[in-house]
Design a binder for this molecule. Sequence first.
Ligand code: ATP
Ligand code: MG
Length: 246
Amino acid sequence: MVPKLERVPTGIPGFDELCEGGLIRDRSYLVTGTSGSGKTVFAMQFLLNGIRMYNEPGIFIATEERPQHVREHFSTFGWDLEKYEDENMLAIVDATSTKIGLPTDEKYVDIRPFDTRSLIDNIITIQDEIGALRCALDSTTSIGFAVQDPAKFRVELLKISTTLEVLGLTSILTCEVIENGAINRFGVENFVTEGTIVLYYTKSENMRTRSLEIFKMRGSNHSKKTHHFVIDSNGITVHPGEEVYS
Ligand SMILES: Nc1ncnc2c1ncn2[C@@H]1O[C@H](COP(=O)(O)OP(=O)(O)OP(=O)(O)O)[C@@H](O)[C@H]1O
Ligand SMILES: [Mg+2]
């Protein structure tokens, strides 16, 4: 019999059926896309569905947006992050404020300049407190700019993704690309993760449409097609039946 790897459903409507029921447990996945393509929504929806549907606590590491903005943005979907933080089901790490020299009174703060060891220590501390099973690092790109050298960035990312796996976290790492359809920014990110999900935000005539593609998913017989999705008041919904041809 062929062994079956345990799947972690993202709970994002229409997505899990594209990849045998979800992500493989304890692995790290890259979600890439241009600005506004939906990476942060995808990452947070994965965590919140874990909390609400599967009783799996989550860690969100915000390197580009201050946590208060993250909470405010997601309240527009009716998602009350503070409630889950109070219940110790969600931890948001502020890895933004000190980088730009602002004071912060967040509970979890990552120091700057970026240091992999300190980030990992932070995650381990949070793990002890909330026993997380899911993690989102939003985004890897700011770490790439902090590290600068792609060869070193590749090693640092490998350290981070391997630590997340060893800690029993199924993770989404986001990656900002400049060109629609590009799979990584520094040419190394997709090599150190188990899978790569590409979000497209394409303009045709006077409309932009959203679609996604599972570019790579090790150990999975995943869809090779590009599928439409929308972001509305419910967050992301993928329409697996609606293929995108061009
Ligand atoms: N409440 C909402 N209702 C409908 N659509 C929304 C809502 N909130 C955000 N969006 C859509 O989601 C987009 C933002 O998605 P998101 O923040 O995940 O992008 P991103 O890929 O993380 O971008 P960046 O790289 O700039 O961080 C917005 O530009 C908007 O089109
Ligand atoms: Mg974002």
